[in-house]
Design a protein around this ligand. Structure first.
Ligand SMILES: O=C(O)CCC(=O)C(=O)O
Ligand SMILES: [Fe+2]
Length: 333
């Protein structure tokens, strides 16, 4: 690109990050391999080897690639294709299902910045419904396996968050950006969910996770999904499982899609560290909070570039944030 072109294709200035917050070259790629867990194996009661992989993935990353989830390639392709079709509709069509009512009131469902959902007519309801069921099954298996890692009965986390706990789907479209070095696709954040299950674009990468103070690329996963621990899990597990910081960087010439399913506790529940995981050597790391309060605080925390537990002063003990020490990118954001 010649210098004169840069001005023409540069992103609008309000998207351009200050120098210290720009996506930097990703470090230490060669030595790092994102952990992989087989969902069908981890659901087996006696698969000690797979349970050990899950433990190590959670301890060192807070996320992992999930294989063996049983969803056929054609099914996942169909979902991504329907999502793409929706985002390619003219703006007026997409705005018919906008997430702002009467130009003011922001609602959870709809098309818009930050919170994006599907138009059921385009991304047909049956398809999304089936995906919700399938991904719910995978998530339940993961939650059961996580409970067993802590020597608790299978339903430990599921009961804590409530059997009616909710899944929100968020479809995100990242247009190509001529200067990926200057902007975020999605800024650094932790999820507020208990668990997030992510179906990512098969052709365009961009997801990065903060590991030991460095941003690390999560490669494209094909038919595999990504499980990400959220702040809800961090709270109920008394910070034994921690929510990783992650972000998305853009591509100069390709659009990117993702579909995130966020599993969240029933809004009227109070959540806090489980009594089973609080003891003399490990006091409670968080106060109890109403789920709805955490949910409401999330977007303010996101806007401020922080975590909900910190933004709402839910954290009692600083230990849970050790990973972030020395990371200017997030601290300054
Ligand atoms: O688009 C992605 O791959 C990640 C999305 C994400 O992290 C989120 O929606 O919370
Ligand atoms: Fe996220």
């Amino acid at each position: 690109m010649v210098a004169a072109d840069v001005g023409l294709v540069a992103p609008p200035s309000r998207y351009v990050l200050s120098e210290e917050n720009r996506p930097t070259t990703v470090a230490q790629q060669a030595k790092l391999v994102i952990p992989i867990v087989d969902a069908s194996r981890v659901a087996m009661p006696d698969d000690v080897e797979e349970a050990a992989k899950l433990r190590s993935a959670l301890q060192s990353w807070g996320l992992f690639v999930v294989t063996g989830h049983g969803m056929p390639k054609e099914f996942l392709d169909e979902i991504l294709e329907a999502t793409r079709k929706f985002f390619h509709l003219p703006l007026e069509e997409k705005q018919k299902c906008g997430n702002v009512i009467d130009g003011v009131k922001f609602q959870n469902e709809g098309y818009g910045i930050d919170r994006i959902d599907s138009d059921e007519q385009i991304l047909d309801w049956d398809l999304l419904h089936e995906y919700t069921l399938e991904s719910g099954r995978v998530t339940m298996d993961v939650l059961k396996a996580m409970a067993k890692l802590l020597n608790q009965e299978e339903g430990f986390f599921i009961n804590m968050v409530g059997e009616r706990f909710k899944s929100y789907s968020r479809f995100t479209y990242y247009p190509p950006c001529p200067r990926p070095d200057l902007v975020n696709g999605l800024k650094p954040h932790t999820d507020k969910s208990v668990i997030t299950l992510l179906l990512m674009d098969k052709d365009v990468g961009g997801f990065q996770v903060l590991k030991d103070g460095h941003w690390v690329d999560v490669p494209m996963l094909g038919n595999d999904l990504l499980v990400v621990v959220g702040e809800g899990m961090e709270i109920v597990s008394n910070a034994i499982f921690k929510a990783p910081w992650h972000r998305v960087v853009t591509s100069a010439d390709k659009e990117r899609l993702s579909l995130a399913m966020f599993y969240q506790p029933e809004p009227e529940r109070i959540i806090g560290p489980s009594g089973m995981l609080v003891h003399e050597k490990r006091p409670a790391m968080f106060k109890n909070s109403l789920v709805q309060t955490l949910a409401d605080g999330y977007w303010d925390a996101f806007a401020a570039g922080g975590r909900t537990v910190d933004f709402l002063n839910v954290r009692i003990n600083a230990e849970a944030d050790a990973e972030l020490e020395g990371c200017a990118v997030v601290a300054n954001n």
